[in-house]
Design a protein around this ligand. Structure first.
Ligand code: HEC
Length: 157
């Protein structure tokens, strides 16, 4: 009788251990554990996201980069729009597709870092550095579009 009880308890313990190994899935566990103040993407499709956070800033940045700014207002345009695109690219990291997520992340990080370089150069009022980083940034935008945008939207710097 006692041996049976011990056996039964052991079986329950082993089953419990096994269950903890197979489930729940790690991502589900992570979702359940996410604190309420963790960044969470607003439900929106990628078209609306790009239009809202990228299209306007890119147009204004392009206009701002056409020639070296002559005054603070000109530099402010470059600073602001570059910073918006950098943080917008951070937002892309919250919106990874199920397929090829690693590649998505790679383009998002490259776009963020290049936009951050534009911002940094604009703060230092270094137009040559800003231009170089801006062209690199557009290259990363376009690389992602080539892979993930079915319309392959190519931006001209
Ligand atoms: C990680 C991938 C990724 C990166 C990086 C990326 N985009 Fe996009 N972008 C997309 C996808 C996907 C679409 C297509 C959205 C759709 O219409 O479904 C798109 C579409 C667009 C569009 C077209 C929106 C429209 O109205 O049709 C613009 C403009 C745009 N992106 C700007 C940019 C700019 C500027 C950058 C770089 C600063 C950038 N994107 C970086 C994925 C990316």
């Amino acid at each position: 009788m006692r041996a049976r009880t011990v056996l039964a308890i052991s079986a329950i313990v082993i089953l419990g251990l096994l269950a903890s190994l197979v489930g729940p899935r790690p991502e589900r566990a992570a979702a359940a554990d996410k604190p309420a103040d963790a960044p969470a993407p607003v439900k929106a499709n990628m078209h609306d996201f790009m239009e809202a956070l990228f299209q306007g800033p890119q147009r204004r940045l392009k206009a701002g980069m056409a020639a070296e700014p002559k005054d603070n207002a000109g530099w402010k345009v470059i600073r602001s729009e570059a910073l918006t695109l950098a943080e917008g690219s951070n937002g892309l990291l919250l919106r990874k597709p199920e397929k090829d997520a690693e590649e998505w992340s790679k383009y998002s990080v490259a776009s963020r870092d290049a936009a951050a370089e534009v911002y940094k150069a604009a703060r230092a009022k270094d137009f040559t550095a800003a231009k170089k980083a801006y062209e690199a940034m557009v290259g990363h935008c376009n690389a992602c579009h080539k892979k993930f945008d079915e319309h392959n939207h190519q931006i001209v710097p």
